[in-house]
Design a protein around this ligand. Structure first.
Ligand code: GYE
Length: 360
């Protein structure tokens, strides 16, 4: 008898505990509805590849911005430098009915058809970094990135001012250009910046060859250019990874990378300012000047999406402000397109500047 009542009491206690637990641990109806309405914004990002440190920093910026914590679900696709992969990724995003498509295009042309498909599906497309060259601008919502031709003009004007200040005859500059991926906006703009300046200033631009924005290709191309031309005194590399490769080739050929071209050194000019080794090389005078290219587009793209979510219209084209870095103090300011640009003279630990850039 006693046993029976003890069992009943235990069962009653267990039931009570279960009810209390439910109250404490399980969400009520309102909470469940609130949870359901707080949906994540789905972003499909077609990144073009992983060719450089700039690209890795760009990918990381996107990944760390479009997190669940921030209210996003990011679907990331690496195009491995192939436009066909990127087109396939966009088609998959359309099938998945994502809320936004973000595209970092490998080259400028060839996007009309797939962007029309995204437009027909009413999915906004934000282009980031390089541009697309399409017949109808309404095929994308907006673009965020750098003015690559301006970067090229700045680097070339830095060289022009340097030769003037050092009394170097412009005709004695024998330049080779290790270009980026042919057809990419960053290549087109930077190549044009140099070619125009060479024409205007009377420099000898001896050769242009692509290094595909990679260190390995930069080295390979520089090796063959050094065999072909014995009077190279400036190498213009369209990104830092190519510059690192070119420096390896210069040193392997028994030459020195440096600014003292009168003494037979080969001056290296480059772009990005992301790779720590390259920034260290600026302090060592192995790279004389870097035109900055800022990769931290995640927060910029997020700001665009937030505007669109509020029903507002973002600017069609948003350009990022960028600097020019050197450890050489010969040139301190530049005049480009009527704008005065201060040269940032690197003295301190280059990693400090990463913080600088984030605040821009
Ligand atoms: O400069 C280079 C990368 O498109 C701006 O691509 C980007 C360029 C960048 O591979 O390092």
């Amino acid at each position: 008898m006693i046993r029976k009542s003890v069992i009943i009491i235990i069962i009653a206690l267990l039931c009570l505990m279960a009810v209390r637990c439910r109250m404490v641990f399980l969400p009520n109806q309102e909470e469940l509805i609130a949870e359901e309405t707080k949906e994540l914004i789905v972003v499909g990002f077609s990144q073009l590849g992983a060719e450089s440190d700039w690209r890795s920093a760009n990918t990381e910026s996107m990944r760390s911005t479009f997190t669940e914590e921030n209210g996003y679900q990011l679907i990331f696709e690496d195009g491995q430098q192939k436009q066909s992969n990127q087109i396939m990724a966009i088609r998959t995003f359309i099938q998945q009915d994502v809320d936004y498509i973000v595209l970092a295009p490998v080259t400028e042309t060839g996007w009309d058809t797939v962007l029309q498909e995204a437009k027909d599906a009413e999915i906004p497309v934000i282009i980031v970094d390089r541009m697309v060259n399409v017949s109808d601008d309404s095929l994308f919502t907006c673009w965020v990135g750098s003015d690559f031709e301006l970067e090229g003009k700045k680097a070339a004007e830095w060289l022009n001012q340097y030769t003037i200040k050092k009394g170097i005859d412009p005709a004695s500059l024998h330049i080779v250009n290790i270009q980026g991926t042919i057809g990419a906006s960053a290549q087109i703009g930077r190549t044009k910046g140099l070619a125009d300046a060479a024409r205007t200033n009377g420099w000898d631009l001896m050769a242009e060859a692509t290094g595909d924005f990679t260190q390995a290709k930069g080295k390979e191309v520089m090796e063959s250019l050094l065999k072909q031309y014995h009077n190279i005194n400036v190498v213009y590399c369209e990104n830092d990874n190519e510059a690192l490769g070119a420096i390896k080739a210069i040193e392997a050929a028994g030459k020195k990378a440096g600014s003292d071209i009168a003494r037979g050194e080969i001056m290296v000019i480059s772009f990005d300012g992301v790779n720590q080794e390259a920034l260290g090389y600026v302090l060592d005078d192995k790279i004389t000047c870097i035109a900055e290219c800022n990769p931290l587009h995640g927060p910029r793209v997020r700001a665009v999406i937030e505007l669109l979510e509020e029903g507002k219209t973002p600017d069609k084209f948003s350009y990022v402000n960028e600097k020019i870095f050197s450890a050489d103090e010969t040139v301190t300011t530049l005049e480009v397109d009527g704008i005065t640009c201060e040269v940032t003279i690197l003295k301190e630990n280059p990693s400090d500047r990463q913080e600088d850039r984030k605040e821009q």
